[in-house]
Design a protein around this ligand. Sequence first.
Ligand SMILES: Cc1cc2nc3c(=O)[nH]c(=O)nc-3n(C[C@H](O)[C@H](O)[C@H](O)COP(=O)(O)OP(=O)(O)OC[C@H]3O[C@@H](n4cnc5c(N)ncnc54)[C@H](O)[C@@H]3O)c2cc1C
Length: 545
Amino acid sequence: MRKFDYIIVGSGLAGLYAAYKASLKGSVAIITKSFVRESNSFNAQGGIAAVTSHDDNPQIHKSDTLIAGRGLCEESAVDILVNEGPDRIEEIIADGMKFDTENGALALGLEGGHHKRRILHAGGDSTGKWITEFVISKVSEKENITLYENTTLLDLLIADNTCYGIRCWSENPALEEDKDERQDGNEVLIYADHVFLTSGGTSAIYARTTNPQTTIGDGLAIAYKAGCRIIDTEFIQFHPSGLYLNDSPKAFLISEAVRGEGAHLMGKNGKRFMVPIHELAELAPRDIVARSIYKQMQKDGMPYVTLSLKHLNKEEILNRFPGISAKCKEFGYDLTESIPVAPAAHYTVGGVASNLNGKTDINHLYVCGEIAATGIMGANRLASNSLIECLVFAHRAVEDSVKSGAHTQIPEFEKEYYMDRSNKDFYVELKEKVSAIMNAHAGIVRSEEGLKEGLKKIEELATALVMQRKVAGNVPVKEFYEDASWRLLIVASLIMNPALLRKESRGGHYREDYPCTDESFEVHSVQQIGKEITTAPVNDNYLNF
Ligand SMILES: Cc1cc2nc3c(=O)[nH]c(=O)nc-3n(C[C@H](O)[C@H](O)[C@H](O)COP(=O)(O)OP(=O)(O)OC[C@H]3O[C@@H](n4cnc5c(N)ncnc54)[C@H](O)[C@@H]3O)c2cc1C
């Protein structure tokens, strides 16, 4: 039996930091679908929000977070974020993390929805890369952490509402000996006292996204199937400014920090359209900017609007955004002039219900990072609050796991005989169809008619995907890609079902048939397998378990 004290699923900031912290308590296995650096975290640009300057304080950070969250934030979680964030920053700086400085002090950026400069950044616009590399360096110093790349979570090993480990599909030679000779598949079981799901969000289920293709909500679907409550998944943050590249689905992100430094959004007529819409103009909360861009694109009959930096100091822009300007150049654009941008699916606001210590509805199963619904983000994430959430809640979850203790006994689980990848073409085709449905029916502007149509199409795809258990050598087997296809359909439904029921507009959920916010919907949506969708009051007790 391959057993560790901790299994961490995912190698983004939440996973890596949890692994580092957990290694101070016991042995750790990190499994990650692709390579260790393939994550949203690695791609993060703008920075990490925490109060570090004298003219700022946690109360202002809290107030900005609550405003962005549009009435759905859990205040107890936000309090923890804004008060413990500075401690985690101090800790990683003391450990050797280098943030950008200016005249010997931390250089602080400004982003949408923040009323103070509090965004720490590194490498100019490569904060995610720098912070992830920093934690990877810490993780690789630890002999009790084993990293398994190319290893995908398939399922959780659960008995009596307790998690004992994971079932995964591994192409990592280090796990070769755990595979079964009777099958030509790559199924491996790994056991642990504590399992951390840190597998990120769902945004790559959309056709136009800033996320890598690994971010399709596997953890969400698997936690749902296992019985965890799923909270507020109708709220998807569309980033206002993905570089527009001739109909390409991949949207390279133009960080909000670029607008923070003074870039202007212009319509076809060369005029700034955000000024009459919001007092913070281009720095209004993301949902407002994204929707305004969408409307401007419709008005102009264009697939993008223009982000102009012509009026700013060229040298300063190139120094502040070396990565973004180099990438723009690669695509034939000059960041110091103007570039075409359009919104793209970016961040999953809701997720798996988590208490203030990352605990889920299943014993010994924790969630941290983008997959977790701690209640911090409410209906809409405040820019740069997610990297700091990864640090704060991964730390808390590891501390809490010590209280949960080790398993006294571990039941033995059978393999399910997953087979080879023969259905890959089917999966790729299905993924394209699901992504198109999500963009068309559950995108930046939604309606009852559109969502019903989208759900109908997902149901039709589900009917077409009748998973038949095959038999090989007298053993019933499952197909790896059939399973992956199911997960996509589950995630699509988890986003669209509550979106249909939420007959209002709020944060990352905008209904053109219900364009106003309705107080009676100031509640969380709650989905749990085998039950009707329900709601839970804000600041009450969905976190209180
Ligand atoms: C382009 C971009 C820029 C951003 N900029 C900022 C910013 O400046 N500031 C900020 O605060 N936030 C930013 N964000 C958001 C932020 O990066 C993410 O919310 C955060 O990094 C999430 O971290 P995570 O560890 O939870 O997940 P991720 O970093 O997404 O990591 C998830 C990991 O899980 C793995 N995984 C997924 N499924 C499986 C599976 N089935 N089995 C095994 N492994 C699996 C993935 O491969 C990945 O390694 C940005 C996001 C993007 C996409």
